[in-house]
Write a protein that binds this ligand. Structure first.
Ligand SMILES: Cc1cc2nc3c(=O)[nH]c(=O)nc-3n(C[C@H](O)[C@H](O)[C@H](O)COP(=O)(O)O)c2cc1C
Length: 185
């Protein structure tokens, strides 16, 4: 069974993280969840809910300041980490090895242990610092997955668009899914 660390940082688009947690639960994938302080407020603002709903969807939850958690050590094995959504601040911390919270520490571990790391940066427009940080991570093997929907599947609802984005994340995790209509189907 796959063990996936889901990291939610303070960018717009926490709906993607919620949907990812829902689908991973349906697929019986073990999830370890970390939510940054900024994203806790954004969850309340964007989804009119609190983090309890997110925590219930996960198998284990950790505070972002908890460096005593198993996740803070490279000796604890996980299959992949996903930062969804990823703020420009967290992107910068990851790209510069500045592990001042558990999310950034997990990403640092994923990089040093050569484990799968998926980052969903969310900002627009992007400045050169953002782009350089993404390029730096991409060169290290990180999968950079901005939430940019394709419209060839003719989405009708916001949920369709969210499922397209989350379905592509599942593809990158190597998890079969039928969340969206694929080209040629
Ligand atoms: C409602 C709201 C939306 C935000 N959206 C973004 C965003 O899309 N991208 C981004 O980089 N920062 C965004 N921010 C700013 C970050 O939350 C802020 O830079 C914070 O320090 C990020 O910290 P974290 O990465 O540790 O969660 C947003 C803040 C708020 C309050």
């Amino acid at each position: 069974m796959k063990k996936i660390v889901v990291c939610i940082s303070g960018a717009s688009g926490v709906c993607y993280a919620k949907r990812l947690l829902e689908v991973l639960k349906e697929k019986n994938v073990e999830t370890h969840l970390i939510i940054s302080n900024s994203s806790k407020k954004i969850i309340k603002h964007e989804l009119n809910t609190d983090i309890e709903e997110f925590i219930e969807l996960s198998d284990r939850y950790y505070e972002n300041e908890d460096f005593f958690s198993p996740l803070a050590s490279g000796s604890y094995i996980f299959d992949a980490a996903v930062v969804i959504p990823c703020s420009m601040k967290t992107l910068s911390s990851i790209a510069n090895g500045y592990s001042n919270n558990l999310i950034c520490r997990v990403c640092d571990i994923a990089l040093k242990e050569r484990r799968k790391l998926i980052v969903m940066p969310r900002e627009m427009p992007l400045n050169a610092i953002h782009l350089e940080n993404m390029l730096k991570l991409s060169k290290l093997g990180v999968i950079i997955m901005p939430p940019i929907p394709g419209f060839y599947g003719k989405p009708k609802t916001i949920e369709d668009i969210i499922d397209f984005i989350v379905g592509r994340v599942l593809d990158s995790l190597g998890l079969e899914n039928e969340l969206f209509k694929r080209w040629g189907e």
